[in-house]
Unconditional design. Sequence first.
Lengths: 363, 305
Amino acid sequence: MQLVLEKRVERSGTIALVSPLIAIGLTILTMVILFAILGKNPLLALHAYFIAPLTDGYSLLEIAVKATPLVMIAIGLSLCYLANAWNIGAEGQFLIGAVAGSWIAVKTQGTDAGAWVLPAMFVLAAAAGALYALIPAICKVKFGASEILTSLMLVYVADLFLDYLVRGPWRDPQGFNFPTTAEFDPVATVPLLIEGGRLHLGSIIALLVVAAAAILLGRTIKGFEIRVVGAAPRAARFGGFNANQLIILTFAVSGALAGLAGIIEVAGPIGHLQPGISPGYGFTAIIVAFLGRLNPVGILIAGLFLALTFIGGEQAQIAMKIPLDVTKIFQGILLFYVLACDSLILYRFKLVFPNREVTRGAG
Amino acid sequence: MELVEAIILAVLAASTPLLIAATGELVTERSGVLNLGVEGMMIVGAACGFAGAWLTGSVFIGALFGMVAGTLMSLVFALMALGLAVNQVATGLALTILGVGLSGLIGAGFVGERITPAMHLYIPVLTDIPLIGRVLFGEDGFVYFSIALIVGVWWFLYRTRAGLILRACGDNHVSAHALGYPVLRIRTFAVMFGGACAGLAGAYLPLAYTPFFVPGMTAGRGWIALALVVFSSWRPGRLVAGAYLFGAVTILQLHAQGWGVGIPSQFMSALPYLATIIVLILLSRARTGGSTAPAALGTVFVPDR
């Protein structure tokens, strides 16, 4: 007797709907075991992770703040993944966007520059992110170099470049030698939405991005092309869709969104440029994109959920001394379960009895 | 002359983890599976390897811990990508994310601890030969093992029947299946071999390269190993050349930083990553008349019965 996979005749709609929920359930089950191994009370730990952040207003706002970059990056990545283009260097595009936008903030510091500063920072950050993402895209289209490896290598390069700037030319002279720029001027800071907390205009921008992506994918020819090129490359070729052009386009859009997310994070909640501005948003956004089923609304929900794990992880660390790395383990396991459950949309398990089949074949 | 000797020793030390990890991934990819989780398996191997060596006081047992940890990680990958037919690219990424978290958790208790690093072998007479003696006969055990490993893999792939079958699975899994070969089982073994190698390569870092563990100490070496496999056009001989070339670039930038060349250290540190990109471009460009990659690389296989 053997358990094997068998292709379904039709993709299962029911499983497509419930698979993210099953994945989350299985992840929580696994985490209970992990907490027990770590010698922490699993129920208290789960409470700290998933319930406590939802019960006070400050944490709720923080969830929205953390979800903002995750959702923006993941929307861009979902376009890439739908078109079967593997951009995994969003972290680097995020950093380069932050650097490019900060350039204006640093150069206008202490001058009487007007309200144009923040919009200019946004535009430059998006452009820089897009250009940075175009490097792997062009290497892929022109030379056939793996976009997975090149986009990832550029993450390390961006990280080192940022490090150089804040330790060298952009370091705050009054910063006691800490590797950071001076605090941005008010005109170079993303305005807060409400008094108290850190909720800022960026969250509205993220919602607009979700809406725009939903329209692009659901209502336009370009969106249709993206989906066909990824799902049925042969059909797309017959349809005359240019796959290379779509790789360039999706990489540029996702780079622009990651870059924009980068400057919003720096000019918003952080307020200055420093190393370590991202706790791995660019990589977590990959999980957000898959958990959200590469669907804009799904990504919005998934982004909020993963933001909850960041906040919950911090609270669990403070309250129960659970290491922050547990959050990363949680996110990795979640991605595994999401992918595994997604497989059951296309396949199902079947028990086979090899011996009997052989006899039948012989007879 | 001592400087040259020191540089050669340093280059070998920097190349060895790349060579071991890339050798494992070469076998995995030759069977038709693209495991992008090398970085994750390496970093877990580093944490477990250090833990093993610190607890037992033996570098050898530490290396074994690293190999077992890498193999266990690769089994998770095999379960997903082969057992459940999940997209291999996404599974590999998940493995890396998981590995970074796991290694942080495992290694947390060992940060700041030191061990006695792997001994360099001193073969009495041979090591005393001027010029080449120390370089050829005075390395640590990992270096010799990595060379034996790649030679063994070359022999296995091109001189044995099992190697031929493994390559057949990588080039055309449907035909291999039709001929009665257990494609998924062969691939599982190939993935496990890749995991063991990645784990060992990770363990090399805290056991021989530096005598302590730092979170994130693999610093993208797993990804560079993946690029090396592409660089080698999936051939063991070129893999050796590529690994030593990259080790040389790493050491060159470290020494340049030490000599106080007027370039900021961050730019020099970025050199290995930029070199990877440039090599990938040049290589992909130079290749004419189709790809040299295993034809079924990265594709899902679900046997029909």
